[in-house]
Design a protein around this ligand. Structure first.
Ligand code: SF4
Length: 232
């Protein structure tokens, strides 16, 4: 893993958000990257604002590299979500290779597609991932498994390192979802995997406290087009 030549960069990547630090989508302090564009349209999806591959989400590869350069060097964890990352396979492949070169060694990816399907179509991309959380969000199948939105979603430990580091999380259950709330630009961004109803209650609570409009996400959401800079 990580010794293959870097794939050709895409002309553009469609990324809804890049954020650091993320503390609610995997263990430790991580980089979060949300791809834009998803055709699966799961009812109850937390991030419909990232369904469209809109031009405002277009990033040149150099922009992404420059942003990553600002992440503190000690950070080795990344979580990629969306939107659907595998609907931009070339961009995802390139980004994963770049992250490996940059020294990230704990790369998590959320996908609405199943592992079996991804293995048939994108095996070379899966080889660069440590942990895959797969499957569409199913509002009718709630779960208390950590970092998963519904019970059908599975945590695949794809690398040897992930199997050593993360085996305890596969069946780990939490009484409350792990969430991170970040003030930004006059609103709040919620990062993590809220349970059904949590998001609505949180919005109501924030409104009652006079704290303004909230953004949301399993992805995170911010005012579109703005990237949270490391150190902002
Ligand atoms: S839950 Fe994920 S796969 Fe489903 S519509 Fe939302 S972004 Fe797409």
């Amino acid at each position: 893993m990580g010794n293959e030549p870097r794939p050709r960069p895409p002309e553009r990547l469609y990324i809804g958000r890049m954020f650091y630090p993320v503390r609610a989508l995997g263990p430790g302090e991580r980089v979060g990257i949300w791809f834009a564009g998803c055709s699966l349209a799961c009812p109850g999806c937390m991030t419909p604002e990232f369904w469209e591959r809109h031009s405002r989400f277009a990033r040149r590869p150099e922009e992404v590299l420059a942003w990553l350069e600002r992440v503190p060097r000690h950070v080795r964890g990344v979580t990629i979500s969306g939107g659907e990352p595998f609907e931009q396979p070339q961009a995802l492949h390139w980004l994963l290779a770049v992250l490996r070169e940059r020294g990230f060694d704990d790369i998590w990816v959320y996908s609405g597609y199943t592992f079996e399907r991804l293995q048939r179509r994108h095996g070379e991309v899966l080889r660069l991932i440590d942990v895959l959380i797969d499957g569409p969000y199913r509002a009718d199948r709630p779960t208390d498994l950590i970092w998963r939105g519904s019970a059908n979603q599975r945590m695949w430990l794809l690398s040897e390192q992930a199997r050593m580091r993360h085996h305890r999380w596969v069946a780990y259950r939490v009484s409350r979802p792990v969430l991170q709330i970040v003030p930004e630009g006059g609103r709040f961004v919620v990062i993590g995997v809220p349970r059904a109803g949590t998001w609505e209650r949180l919005q109501q609570h924030l409104a009652e406290m006079g704290l303004g409009e909230a953004g949301e996400t399993r992805g995170a959401q911010a005012p579109h087009g703005r990237q949270q800079q490391p150190g902002d």
